[in-house]
Ligand binder design. Structure first.
Ligand code: NAP
Length: 285
């Protein structure tokens, strides 16, 4: 009999690809926010008792980093208490909880890619609320997998790559920050990696991104280059020239060595993933 997976946040950017990819191996039960609000503990338990999944993949989160800064109570309610509600319900029903977390749990001061055991130290509310979610899950025992990832883009949601393409058709010059470095990650590749980890029943914390790293400026230029648009439209600026409510880590590259040792593979380089994403869809109007 097929194993069953319940996906929360199933209509978000990553959730959409998780459902698509997991459906190849599991019987999938996608729950959007209107089907299951993870901030309601009783609804979480009820959903698990009704569906009786083997695995719950939690893609639900409050992900708007700047809005988290001005709405900390919502950020902690969804990202921390929501995670705790799911952990509690999963423990009660003996369900493996696969939870998605972020590079923003780190402070960005490292000079090498962050490993799973490195000290955390979020510098914004989003990161702090996601870290509290991780700790709540860890407090409920060992039947969990937390996948920390970064800089996501994909077909199903608004994201940096789509915004760059959109702005390029309306502006002569795009000013993009050059002093934050990370690993852009395609949600479809990430979903495949999370499937691999879930099939192996990996537990604990695992870092997973596309390989290589760059700044937002380089990502914007590469996006235009692969789309046949002049990359020189993109001009580098510093974070101090682009003031936003939430601070961002200046370096948040994640070491994928543990994923490699569990699965024997790595996700492709971010440039190949970006080219694949842009080739498979037309985002230019
Ligand atoms: N995007 C990134 O660059 C990035 C980087 C690192 C890690 N992550 C993590 O990756 C995961 C997926 O992110 P994503 O980019 O796919 O985000 P997303 O597109 O914003 O998807 C999140 C989904 O969660 C839903 N949601 C919000 N509050 C909820 C609640 N109380 N109950 C149930 N569902 C709720 C949202 O619904 P509404 O749209 O209706 O609010 C949305 O469909 C998150 O855990 C995020 O922290 C993302």
């Amino acid at each position: 009999m097929n194993q069953r997976v319940l996906v929360t946040g199933a209509r978000g950017m990553l959730g959409t690809d998780i459902v698509r990819v997991f459906s190849k191996k599991f019987e999938c039960f996608p729950f959007g926010r209107e089907d299951l609000d993870i901030t309601d503990p009783r609804s979480c338990l009820l959903a698990l008792k009704n569906v009786r999944p083997d695995i719950l993949v939690n893609c639900a989160a409050f992900t708007k980093v700047d809005l988290c800064e001005t709405n900390p109570e919502v950020a902690f309610c969804v990202n921390a208490r929501g995670a705790r509600n799911l952990a509690e319900a999963c423990m009660e029903t003996s369900t493996l909880l696969v939870h998605i977390s972020t590079d923003y749990v780190f402070d960005g001061e490292s000079r090498r890619p962050y490993r799973e055991g490195d000290a955390t130290g979020p510098i914004n509310i989003y990161g702090a609320s996601k870290l509290e979610g991780e700790k709540a899950i860890e407090a409920y025992g060992s039947n969990f997998l937390i996948v920390r990832t970064a800089w996501l883009y994909g077909e199903a949601g608004p994201n940096f790559v789509k915004t760059v393409l959109d702005l390029s058709s309306r502006q002569e010059v795009l000013r993009v920050v050059d002093d934050q470095v990370g690993s852009p990650t395609y949600t479809r590749d990430l979903a495949e990696g999370i499937l691999d980890l879930s099939m192996q029943r990996a537990c604990g914390i695992v870092h997973l991104t596309n390989q290589g790293s760059c700044s937002w400026f380089e990502l914007a230029r590469q996006t235009l280059r692969y789309s046949g648009i002049d990359p020189d439209k993109v001009v580098p600026i510093s974070s101090s020239e682009f003031s936003r409510p939430a601070r961002r880590p200046r370096y948040s590259v994640l070491d994928n060595g543990l994923f490699w040792s569990i699965t024997g593979r790595r996700l492709r380089h971010w440039r190949d993933a970006l080219r694949g994403f842009l080739n498979s869809h037309t985002y230019l109007s």
